[in-house]
Design a protein around this ligand. Structure first.
Ligand SMILES: [Zn+2]
Length: 143
């Protein structure tokens, strides 16, 4: 978690309900802030299984990650078509919140914290991103 002046930034959406709830509660207790953004390092369930617990977070990812999430959990269809149960993946992909994708390295400032998002190339998947905080020498890597 990266704490900015106005909101928190999560790296990944946790692996499921229990760890996501615990992570969110501990983060809020430590900072008094809510999550406003979330970077997905990749699409696997252990990184996206708790997305439904970040309902107001804008999701950022590599386009491949987004495509894979949408394939696995397509948006709900209108009446007459089969519906899937709501899940974090599904909710994250339905446009209820902004989803920003990017393919290359990107540097953002969360308050005065420099965060470098780095495209890892074809690594664990084809859409792996890492987050690096150079001043703090912290790397959020894909696993
Ligand atoms: Zn993985």
């Amino acid at each position: 978690m990266i704490a900015g002046p106005d909101f928190l930034w999560a790296i990944d959406g946790s692996q499921g309900p229990a760890p996501a709830k615990a992570f969110i509660a501990a983060s809020k207790q430590a900072t008094g802030k809510e999550f406003g953004r979330l970077l997905l390092t990749h699409h696997h369930g252990d990184h996206t299984g708790g997305l439904q617990f970040f309902p107001h977070a804008e999701v950022w990812s590599h386009p491949y990650c987004r495509e894979e999430v949408l394939k696995r959990f397509p948006p709900r269809q209108k009446c007459g078509l089969r519906r899937r149960r709501a899940s974090g993946h599904l909710r994250a992909s339905q446009g209820r919140r902004a989803i920003l994708t990017f393919k290359d390295d990107l540097t953002v400032f969360v308050g005065n914290i420099e965060v470098q998002f780095k495209y890892a190339g074809t690594c664990h998947t084809w859409g792996d991103m890492m987050a690096y905080l150079p001043k703090q020498k912290i790397l959020f890597a894909v696993t």
